[in-house]
Structures are given as C-alpha cells and as structure tokens.
Design a protein around this ligand. Sequence first.
Ligand code: AQP
Length: 332
Amino acid sequence: QERVFSGVQPSGNLTLGNYLGAIRNWVGLQQDYESIFCVVDLHAITVWQEPEVLRNATREVAAGMIASGVDPKQSIIFNQSQVRQHAELAWIFNCVARLGWLNRMTQFKEKAGKNKERASVGLYVYPNLMAADILLYKATHVPVGEDQKQHLELTRDIAQKFNSDYGVEFFPDVEPLILGEATRVMSLRDGTNKMSKSDPSDMSRINLTDDRDTIAKKIRKARTDAEPLPETPDGLEGRPEAKNLITIFGALAGKSSAEVCSQYAGKGFADFKRDLADLSVDVLGPITEEMKRLTEEKTYVDSVLREGADKAAAIAEPILQEIHEIVGFLKP
Ligand code: AQP
C-alpha cells in the first residue's frame, strides 16, 4: 500500500518556503494517498527551544497545516513526541546508520556552523530520526522541499542496510516527491541562502502569520539588482535574487517562470514587487486569517493532534513490534 509521510519542525513561524516547498503539495496528495503529517517537535529540540515557545509553535504549525488545506478527516495530523515509537525506532537506526554517512550530511554542517564541537548530538543524528519517522509507517512517498533530498537518500540507505543486515524485505523503497515550481525558496535578503524559519533576520522570509503591511514591506525591501526584468528565464543566470522573486511569483500565480518573465520583460522591479506583494496577500491572507482563528481556539487543534496521535500509534506499534522481532529483542 502506498502511504505518504511528511513533517515540519515547530522551530518558528511557518515560512513561504515551507508552504510552497511542502505543505501546499500535501493538500493534493491527501486525496490519493493515505497521508500522515507530523509536527516534528523532537526534531525541533536539536537546537535550543524555549519550552513555552515550542508548545505554542507546535499548535501554530498544526494550525498552519490545517489552514492551508490539510484536512484532519482525510489525513493523520499529530505531533511527534506523542507517538513514542518514533524515538524508539530512531535508536535502532542509530545502530544501523554509519558515522561516515552522517559525516556527509550538508544540513548538519550548515546548522552546526563553525564550532561543531558545541552542536548537540541530536542535531548530528537528526537524519536517523527522520528515517524513523518515515519508516515507522512504511511510508513510500515523502513530499519535501529540495533541501531534504540528501536526508531522504540516507533514509533509503538505512532501509536497505536494515533489510540486508537482517536478511528481510521489510522496509519499502522511499521515494521523495519534490513538487511544484518553488522547491527551494531563497531568502529575501540573500538569493544564495534558503528561506528559513530560524534565520535571525525576519526580513529574510515571509511568515504565514505576517499581515498585509508586513508582507508588502518585506517584498519592497527584498534585495534585487539594478537590471530590469529579463524577457526569458535565461536572463536570470547569475541573478539569484531576481530569479527567486520570479519563481515565487510563478508559484503563487500558477504560472511558469517563462510566463512571468514575458509579462514583466524590460520593466523595473518597483512595479513587479507591488504586484508580487498583492499576489502574496491574496494567496496567503485567507490562510493567515484561518490560522489565527484556529490558534485562538486551542481546543480544536489540540483535539486534532490528540486523535491524530492515537491513529498514528495504532499504525506504528505493530510495525515496531515486527522490527523488535526481526532484531531479536526478547519479549519474556
Ligand atoms: N526555503 C524552502 N524552500 C522550499 N521548501 C522548503 N522547506 C523548508 N524550507 C524550504 C521544506 O519545508 C518542509 C519543512 O521543513 P522543516 O521544518 O522540516 O525544516 P527545514 O527544512 O530545516 O526548514 P526551515 O524552515 O529552514 O526550518 P529551520 O530554520 O528550523 O531549519 C520540508 O519539506 C522542507 O524541505
């Protein structure tokens, strides 16, 4: 059976990158697949989170998913810490994955920064927990943004090594689904860096919680170059900021970059940015409002998460029991 799993960290406000790269794609997938969507709070604490902020962000991210169209009636929505099987399988995978594999992970290098000695051990083994999230449900398809491609390859490696070490055909092959026009949305301040919830500069990203004026200001101030917009996407070579804004425009408008270029060919950024701000507000405004409504009404989101955790655990537990059996854990 084909099953989708994906997650988002409650490590801050949801960004336009999370929305375009991941969450928006989940909405269509839930029609065709049994879908499990997780607010991955265990992942979030790989870097420091204030407890009260984490709790609120978990609710807010869940609200953002629901407001974006992920339907709790069609999909399982829950927060990771409520299904203890994730952490248990991650331990087993800590013993399957090789140090050499983890040493190659670029996200660890980026997030740990210069002083790797001071990074948490959790940040280092983050990809093993991610493999556990997916394989605990024997998920076959994982819709993510580009940045998660390397982690998904590691998930496949772990699944294959487990299968071959124990001589079983237990875990399926996992396929990344990198969908849509904007699979890697870049920072508004630097077109060579990914837009990220945890970027210290709030001006670098559009949050799903931003109001109309904030969105307009961030887009107006977004970094660009002095050239007018090109006639075709070829003219965006070496212009990462311009390319990013055009990609965002296309993704929000349902147009290709070529169509956006021909619409604005030869024009300056002022007109384009004004239209992009209007478009962003049109698309994100209703989501922001619904998210606000849902967050204020805490009990609804909490009940979705509680029911989701029960449903997720009901799938996970028998699979974990089979894994225990394969590994040779005695059940006296
Ligand atoms: N800039 C992006 N463009 C496209 N997709 C993106 N995603 C994240 N950033 C972009 C996708 O969003 C999903 C959830 O991401 P995550 O919360 O698991 O963590 P992340 O990838 O590390 O995202 P952030 O926003 O940069 O969070 P922090 O700052 O906490 O690290 C994933 O599918 C991801 O690909």
